[in-house]
Design a binder for this molecule. Structure first.
Ligand code: FDA
Length: 391
């Protein structure tokens, strides 16, 4: 059976692409191996989906070439997606930092994209196993599936990344890229909790659940947000953000008092009888965290017992607490995959492979990884739209 376009993967990017192509009058087949539609949208943002970020711009993305996403983000902006959400009467709100969430449920977004596909005449089939993909002739493709073999002029790969394999993530898109000679960059879990070495894990295990406002840094990249202690290591928005830049063996540096001059604060306590662990409550530190952390620094003492030298050392440690993670919690806990189909092999204006006319890659399978906060969905919408206009 012949189609103009086959889209592999009915997730965020695939649905946007299929609807856009269908609206142009293209005959579109949208295939997915999962039985449920767009599970990642459904579970995103705690069930309310952080569906875009009004500040999305190319430097909020990690890639060998972050400039690559400029064109798609300009062709289909957060405002374009918001307009679609409003057209469908979906109520939303800004939580913080430009992050937009549904008021009610992420299911509304899935229904919206499904309706857009239906109205555009897209033939969507779920629970379909995709097998061999090849060139049917010089121009087209053939796709063998569990429900038959299909031909198309344009093939769009929107099979996503490797995170959360339990809901259907596969390496299919990367394998297909390699089959057609497109390079794939190194893949790693990203937006993922980091794990402690055994000794640190034992020391900080009693602190699981403690959350602190910090500034976390790796190299020149820094994020101001909360850090959350877990039984295995560190999580929370600041850690998830920095994990996308972290490489094994690298220390992360945490400013535990980003809004306070620690040395001046300690000096004010120079004559005090109060234990520092108690005094730190006024800085918003939970007592059990203050005790454990100061213990680790050999400084669980009264203000008056700190020598000027020790005060300086402690202030330095408060602003530059060095932590050496031993890994991440992996794809089971990662929100996204860092790396993917190399942007060198794709046109940033159309998402088509430079050397394989008619073959497109969109969404997370491409080497574009957004920050936490709605940036990844915006990339899915933008890249999906652009491919939908050109496939
Ligand atoms: P996506 O993963 O959405 O879709 C890929 C589709 O391809 C799936 O339907 C899959 O079944 C299908 N597929 C895979 N292999 C296949 C094969 N071999 N054959 C056929 N079909 C196949 N982002 C954000 O901006 N805001 C947020 O709030 C969140 N929250 C969030 C929470 C959690 C828990 C996770 C795991 C992720 C997020 N994200 C997020 C990230 C976001 O979900 C992600 O970046 C997008 O879904 C990527 O869209 P894609 O369409 O590229 O892949």
């Amino acid at each position: 059976m012949q189609f103009d376009v086959i889209v592999l993967g009915a997730g965020a990017a695939g649905m946007m692409c299929a609807a856009t192509a269908g609206q142009r009058g293209r005959r579109v087949l949208l295939l997915d191996h999962a039985s449920k539609l767009a599970e990642k949208i459904r579970i995103s943002g705690g069930g309310r989906s952080n569906f875009t970020n009004i500040h999305a711009r190319h430097d909020c993305y990690v890639s060998d070439n972050p400039n690559f996403c400029r064109s798609a983000l300009a062709q289909f902006t957060p405002q374009h997606f918001i307009a679609m959400v409003e057209r469908h009467g979906i109520a939303y709100h800004e939580k913080k930092l430009g992050q937009l969430f549904c008021d009610d449920s992420s299911q509304q977004l899935i229904d919206m994209l499904d309706a857009e596909c239906r109205d555009a005449g897209v033939d969507r089939r779920m629970g379909v196993q995709v097998g061999e993909v090849g060139r049917s002739d010089a121009e087209g493709f053939s796709v063998a599936t569990s429900i038959g073999t299909f031909q198309c002029q344009s093939l769009v790969v929107a099979t996503g990344g490797l995170s959360i394999p339990q809901i259907g993530a596969t390496a299919f898109g990367y394998q297909l890229a390699e089959q057609f000679g497109l390079p794939v960059t190194k893949l790693d879990p990203a937006l993922v909790p980091l794990t402690f070495h055994v000794d640190d894990a034992a020391r900080f295990a009693p602190l699981a659940g403690v959350s602190l406002y910090t500034e976390v840094r790796v190299g020149k990249v820094r994020f101001r947000e909360n850090v959350l202690f877990t039984h295995k290591g560190l999580s929370g928005p600041a850690i998830l953000q920095i994990s996308s830049y972290w490489q094994p063996g690298q220390e992360i540096i945490i400013d535990l008092l980003p809004d306070t001059d620690a040395e001046a604060w300690l000096e004010e306590r120079a004559g005090s009888d109060q234990l520092l662990a108690n005094a730190m409550g006024e800085l918003g530190w939970p007592k059990r965290f203050a005790e454990a952390w100061l213990e680790g620094q050999g400084a669980n003492v009264r203000g008056r017992d700190l020598s000027p030298k020790k005060r300086r050392q402690l202030a330095e440690a408060l602003h530059h607490w060095r932590v050496l993670p031993n890994g991440t919690q992996g794809y089971k806990k990662a929100e996204v995959t860092r790396g993917g189909v190399s942007t060198k092999a794709l046109s940033s204006k159309t998402m088509m492979a430079n050397d394989v006319p008619g073959l497109f890659f969109i969404g997370e399978v491409v080497d574009i990884t957004g920050w936490l906060g709605g940036y990844n969905f915006q990339w899915a919408w933008s890249s999906g739209f652009v491919a939908g206009k050109n496939c």
